[in-house]
Design a protein around this ligand. Structure first.
Ligand code: CDP
Length: 211
């Protein structure tokens, strides 16, 4: 079974994906980490982020073990990710890994921007998670503070708005709500309430999920 969770930055999709995967006994993949890692590798090799050749080489040679790098958090890595993510050949190079991951038994939860539309259009359940930009910026700001990262709230909000525009506006695999996705607005929901709401949506779609 495949569960696709898409949505903009800090909408709560990552936390939700992990909680759902735990609940269902499924594997979980944060696909944003793939793009973040490509951005990191392009930079560390001294290339520009919009250098197609360097970005494609980084995507093709990506080591999944390096996805646990804590340096992948943060606004700089997120911004770099959304630049390399615009390159169609980078997206193509990361497709097989994501699709293989998605097909593992007994099931997988993937979160990103194009899971329900491009990576797994056949997903059994598609949820598009959203929240207002201010709520998302506030959440991300608190996360950064908890990690001891010194970033201003205004910077976080500006970054989120820039990335929303870049992700929704790119011609290749833009962030759009799949026609068969269920919407979940977490603006006024706690993590627990968002989880309960998502379980409710899944039940409505496919009946009692999980173990
Ligand atoms: O955690 P957050 O939502 O801030 O970002 P992320 O999910 O780690 O994604 C970082 C960037 O990678 C996004 O802004 C997108 O540009 C890109 N991305 C993508 O294009 N497609 C995906 N499936 C996942 C991420």
């Amino acid at each position: 079974m495949i569960i696709a969770i898409d949505g903009p930055a800090a909408s709560g999709k990552g936390t939700l994906a992990k909680r759902l995967a735990e609940h269902l006994g499924f594997a979980c993949l944060d696909t944003g980490l793939l793009y973040r890692a490509v951005g990191r590798d392009v930079r560390s090799r001294g290339f520009r982020l919009d250098d197609t050749w360097a970005a494609v080489a980084a995507a093709r040679g990506l080591d999944p073990v390096s996805l646990t790098d804590p340096g992948l958090r943060g606004t700089v890595a997120g911004d770099a990710a959304s630049i390399v993510a615009r390159i169609p050949e980078v997206r193509a190079a990361l497709l097989a890994y994501q699709r293989d991951f998605a097909r593992q038994p007994p099931g997988a939860v993937l979160d990103g921007r194009d899971i329900g539309t491009v990576v797994c259009p056949e997903a059994d359940v598609k949820i598009f998670v959203t929240a207002s930009p201010e709520v998302r910026a506030r959440r991300r700001f608190s996360e950064f503070q908890a990690f001891g990262m010194d970033v201003a709230y205004e910077t976080v909000l500006a970054d989120i708005l820039t990335r929303d525009a870049r992700d929704a506006g790119r011609p290749n695999a833009p962030m759009v709500v799949a026609t068969d996705a269920m919407l979940l607005d977490t603006s006024n929901l706690s993590i627990e309430a968002a989880f309960d709401a998502a379980v409710g949506l899944i039940k409505r779609k496919i009946g009692q999920p999980g173990r």
